[in-house]
Design a protein around this ligand. Structure first.
Ligand SMILES: Cc1cc2nc3c(=O)[nH]c(=O)nc-3n(C[C@H](O)[C@H](O)[C@H](O)COP(=O)(O)O)c2cc1C
Length: 217
């Protein structure tokens, strides 16, 4: 087996108090993130999107295969096509395929089959897992790797002052056609990005406290 070359690695070392204040400030900033479903159609600087995708693509990945693709959609017609295709699937899903348990779980979000944000948001990023294909190897932990990348994408967009939503239509195969992507790419999530609409509201959710999610041993 061929071994990979190594390079020196240094990480700027902060004092404990600077570390704590930096960590606290980041957690406070992330605590202000919310999933938005009502977007303004105001354009956003596309360089911000590029840089957020760049941040996302620094994510760790199984065997460093970086099995992700980010399709950045800004074309109005294509976004409209995406909306109508997604609504056709979602209408069917909500009416027939969704389990009663799932419908109960999402009831507080007030979501239904209509997805106007896919057209209103100035940018929609469709994230794909890249599986084995003519020019891509079999990935390991594709879903986990892409999930981590999407986490970084959400954090980077929020940090830059943009809102997003993690939208997961069921099923997602139609996204290959809408985005013009090959079959070895499997859609993972659809992320509308932009500014919240002026009258946007979000569900008044409660996040679990630190003591509920952190276990010390
Ligand atoms: C994997 C995943 C899938 C999601 N799918 C949808 C979706 O299809 N539609 C939607 O409106 N919200 C979706 N959400 C958003 C969640 O409802 C939201 O993150 C949750 O209610 C917490 O709200 P917050 O993001 O504002 O903290 C999804 C979130 C995740 C992590």
């Amino acid at each position: 087996m061929q071994s990979i070359a190594t390079a020196p690695y240094e990480l700027t070392r902060l004092s404990p108090s600077d570390m704590i204040s930096t960590a606290r400030a980041f957690a406070d900033r992330m605590a202000a993130r919310r999933s938005v479903r009502d977007f303004s159609s105001a354009p956003v600087p596309l360089e911000v999107i590029d840089q957020a995708v760049r941040a996302a693509s620094t994510a760790p990945s199984g065997a460093n295969l970086q099995p992700w693709r980010f399709v950045v959609m800004t074309d109005r017609d294509r976004k409209r096509q995406l909306r109508y295709a997604a609504e056709a699937e979602e209408r069917e899903f909500y009416a027939r395929r969704a389990s009663p348990d799932w419908l109960d779980a999402v009831a507080p979000m007030g979501t239904d089959w209509q997805k106007p944000f896919l057209e209103t948001a100035p940018v929609v990023i469709v994230v794909f897992e890249v599986h084995q294909g003519p020019s891509s190897p079999k990935p390991y932990y594709a879903k986990e790797s892409v999930g981590i990348a999407v986490g970084l994408l959400i954090a980077a967009l929020h940090h830059a002052g943009l809102a997003t939503l993690t939208h997961t239509p069921v099923p997602m195969r139609f996204l290959n056609e809408v985005c013009d992507r090959p079959p070895e790419e499997r859609a993972f999530a659809v992320m509308p990005v932009g500014y919240p609409a002026e009258d946007a509201t979000v569900p008044d959710l409660v996040r679990k406290s630190l003591s509920e999610v952190l276990v010390r041993r």
